[in-house]
Design a protein around this ligand. Structure first.
Ligand code: C2E
Ligand code: CA
Ligand code: CA
Ligand code: CA
Length: 273
């Protein structure tokens, strides 16, 4: 009986260790946070560079930690994409936007919120099926909800463009996010079904020496795309962008991403005059 007892205890120990590892694994913790609806959305104001007025915000997801800190998405979004959790996060972000700002969007039809999508969100119409009843219930116009898609999301036009087209047909604006940071050539822009181009922070950081930035801007203009510059930190960057015809900007010069209550207060204060 002794060897059997030893074998059973060893087996129990292995099981316990496995369970512990599972509980501590980042994927398991993220899954737990999703199931408990713990993720939060912060809003980074986007301003009109020519008059300083707030035109809306980008929704940026945050993961509150037990110690009170907030984990930023560049740490857990890649994990979520690799482990099949990303579309559940997107759905929760969309639902949070309406819960946080639905009433506000209804009374401010000129306020726009953009939501980041992952390539996986473009494989089906699930997102559209989620958005349509939310817009109706909160009486928000589809133009008020924009979708940010990176070059990766456009990578396989056969798979994704029907979904992107349907989102646009429903009235949503589509942004190309982080354009120019991928490997595709700039002329690729003319083939993309998009309404607005977001100039990545890496270009805004190096306006003086990145020779490609004016080319991106000229191409966007010739395609009649509006532009939003991200990561604007200084007045001189804002001046340069304004001078080159970029309409909108977001960045720490104006505000970091804020929890919903603070964003609404900021919006009211900025647009009061
Ligand atoms: P992104 O879409 O390029 O978002 C802009 C990031 O730059 C945000 O980081 C924002 O907080 C940061 N930022 C904005 N202004 C400044 C500035 O003036 N200076 C500096 N240093 N940083 C600035 P965040 O919130 O950490 O988001 C990181 C990335 O995670 C985002 O990059 C986006 O790709 C992704 N992400 C965020 N939320 C979501 C989401 O709900 N779904 C998906 N799929 N991805 C998301
Ligand atoms: Ca974005
Ligand atoms: Ca971006
Ligand atoms: Ca970026």
């Amino acid at each position: 009986w002794l060897p059997l007892g030893v074998a059973i205890s060893a087996f129990a120990v292995v099981l316990m260790l496995r369970l512990l590892r599972r509980i501590q694994s980042p994927r398991y913790r993220l899954l737990d946070a999703i199931n408990a609806s713990e993720l939060r959305v912060y809003y980074q104001p986007v301003v009109n560079l020519s008059n300083g007025r707030v035109v809306g915000a980008e929704a940026l997801v945050r993961w509150p930690q037990p110690d009170g800190s907030m984990l930023t998405p560049d740490i857990f979004i890649p994990l979520a994409e690799q482990t099949g959790l990303i579309s559940r996060i997107t759905r929760q972000v969309v639902q949070s936007v309406f819960r946080d700002l639905g009433d506000y969007l209804h009374v401010h039809p000129d306020m726009h919120i953009s939501i980041n999508l992952a390539p996986e969100d473009l494989l089906s119409d699930d997102l559209l099926d989620l958005l349509t009843p939310l817009l109706a219930r909160w009486q928000v116009e589809p133009q008020q909800i924009a979708l940010e898609i990176t070059e990766r999301g456009f990578a396989d036009p056969k798979v994704t463009s029907p979904v992107i087209e349907r989102l646009r047909e429903a009235g949503h604006k589509v942004y190309i996010d982080d354009f120019g940071t991928g490997y595709s050539s700039l002329s690729y822009l003319q083939d993309l079904p998009v309404d607005i181009l977001k100039i990545d922070k890496s270009f805004v950081d190096a306006l003086e020496y990145k020779q490609v930035t004016p080319h991106i801007i000229e191409m966007a203009k010739s395609l009649r795309l509006e532009m939003v510059a991200e990561g604007v930190e200084t007045e001189s960057q804002a001046d340069w962008l304004r001078l080159h015809g970029v309409q909108y900007g977001q960045g720490w010069l104006y505000s970091k991403a804020l929890p919903p209550g603070e964003y609404i207060a900021w919006f009211n204060q900025q647009n009061a005059t």
